[in-house]
Design a protein around this ligand. Sequence first.
Ligand code: PEP
Length: 242
Amino acid sequence: MGKIVAANWKMNLKRQGARELAAALARDGRQAWLFPAAVHLVEVAEAIKGGKLQLGAQDVSPDRDGAFTGDLSAEMLADAGASLVLAGHSERRQGHGESSGLIARKLKRALQGGLSPLLCVGETRAEREMGHAAAIVGQQLSVLSELSPTQRTQVAAVAYEPVWAIGTGLNATAKQADEMHREVKSKLKSLGMEKTPVLYGGSVKADNCAELLACPNVDGLLVGGASLTYESLAAIDDAARK
Ligand code: PEP
């Protein structure tokens, strides 16, 4: 069975690169979750057809349709082949000023439009140094209380991604990750979400994934930079199958 591996390709790759990477993973019969750029969804959906890989979008509009220039609705993303969507990624919280209120709207809209969200949470370095990491992550998880009990069970996963570890080469230690995942799981349990997988994300690479995967409270990995080449992503996925 193994653990979940989710690949966030962010604003990387071109159509051909995304298609070839997805096709190579599909040929191996892999089960990872792929989050390509929205303009590559259709192409990647085609490349992974009939296999076990799952496809997700990196963002979704909080609105259903209408005059929202540049936005993509959950229905459009599902129609392009996505079944998953990221919400609350720190690059959107920080770079696009996304608030908890907006993230809650996106979660609800995703679910109404047929997408299962993967909610990302995580503290900054300053918040960790002040001893506030668990409180911040707890606050970020509170958006889940705005979902109905049924909607909560449709959330694909929560990813703990300390902001100080994303794209920095500094990953959380296995102990730090496991401790926070325990906190996250306890909060999820109080929301009736004890079955929701909790992934770790932040500078995961082929050479540090084994110790993170070995943590009992880590149900999988969300991988950014190291998911952009076949060799690296396949090595992480192989480790997650052991
Ligand atoms: C991410 O952005 O979700 C992520 C985990 O990035 P990286 O692996 O590059 O730190």
